[in-house]
Design a protein around this ligand. Structure first.
Ligand code: SF4
Length: 336
């Protein structure tokens, strides 16, 4: 279900803008209809009250939690079953964050990612994206939503933008706490700027070498790292949100002196932060994880050279659940 279809059904049943906002707010906060001071039967038209049970049942049936994998760092990896039996992953992050999936599978095929292995299976609808937030909120508060789970949000742009719009309005999430992550599809930069809810942007950089980037991200748009950073810089200046440049550290691939030089050349003076994420080792994926000491040294060196750098510990690594790994492992287990 797409959110605009849900809105049309509510309007057809006699909902005005305030009724609509109230229903979407309750749903995205995982609150029951009779919560709060104003009970719906005092101000909802009777035609809407009559239609609501069917709409609510449909919303409740969009997604459910199939398995929970708690991490020692306070994160929780959720394997979410969709109505057709497909599964996606959401991750509850420490400090009230949630990472959601925007596609089942992914067409970009990054060499170090399990999600890209089987290609794109299907899009996740805008209502299914918000349903992931509602499921998470039924467990704990969510004040930040990052689109960094399974899928490339730019390849499902209309659904992701619809979900972002709802989360940034009725969902009460601060706009800069909605983070759209992309390998750098040129279409997103202008489109996101035109929306009433403009998210922050995370760009997957991973290397400063164009040829290596083409190899690591084989089906990403063919933008040179310089072009990607230039487009990111324009978005950051237009919105006032710094760009989060993502860099998965792969041992012996993109953790050398030459890359550090390239990073300084590309990012010095830019309105952004570099997130270094040591690779989460996966069986059957031919990459290694640099030692923690080496990762710290890289972060220190870049800091000293004027690059705002954060060394991130990928949430839930102790449950062996990197992006797509839970789904890959659950593939043999039927979803009931
Ligand atoms: Fe797709 Fe992201 Fe995995 Fe790349 S890292 S294949 S863009 S899900």
């Amino acid at each position: 279900m797409r959110i605009h279809e849900l809105q049309r059904r509510m309007r057809d049943a006699g909902a005005g803008p305030l009724h609509e906002h109230r229903i979407l707010r309750l749903w995205s906060h995982a609150l029951p209809r009779d919560s709060g001071r104003r009970r719906p039967d005092t101000f909802f038209p009777s035609s809407l009250l009559a239609a609501l049970p069917a709409i609510e049942a449909e919303l409740a049936g969009l997604a459910r939690i199939h398995a929970v994998h708690p991490g020692a760092d306070g994160s929780e990896r959720l394997l979410v079953a969709l109505a057709d039996g497909q599964t996606v992953e959401s991750v509850l992050l420490p400090r009230d964050g949630l990472c959601v999936s925007s596609q089942v599978g992914c067409a970009v095929g990054c060499q170090f990612c399990m999600t890209g292995r089987d290609g794109l299976l299907r899009q996740v609808g805008s209502a299914e994206i918000v349903a992931q937030v509602a499921l998470a909120r039924a467990r704990r508060p969510v004040r930040k939503v990052v689109f960094m789970g399974m899928g490339e949000p730019a390849h499902n742009l209309d659904n992701v933008i619809e979900a972002i719009d709802l989360l940034g309005t009725a969902g009460d999430i601060g706009h800069k706490n909605l983070v759209f992550s992309t390998v750098g599809d040129p279409r997103v930069f202008d489109r996101l700027q035109q929306e009433r809810v403009r998210p922050a942007l995370a760009l997957s950089l991973h290397t400063t070498k164009a040829a290596l980037r083409r190899k690591l991200l084989p089906r990403a748009p063919n933008l040179a790292p310089e072009e990607l950073v230039a487009a990111g810089e324009r978005y950051a200046r237009a919105t006032g949100y710094p760009i989060q440049y993502q860099w998965t550290l792969l041992e012996g691939v993109n953790d050398g002196e030459d890359e550090l030089e390239g990073i300084v050349r590309l990012l010095a003076g830019k309105y952004g932060v570099l997130n270094l994420i040591p690779f989460n080792a996966v069986d059957g994926v031919p990459f290694g994880r640099p030692t923690w000491e080496h990762c710290k040294q890289i972060a220190r060196t870049l800091h000293e050279r004027g690059i705002l750098t954060k060394l991130r510990y990928s949430a839930g690594q102790d449950v062996d659940g990197g992006c797509g790994q839970l789904r890959a492992r659950a593939a043999q287990v039927p979803v009931q």
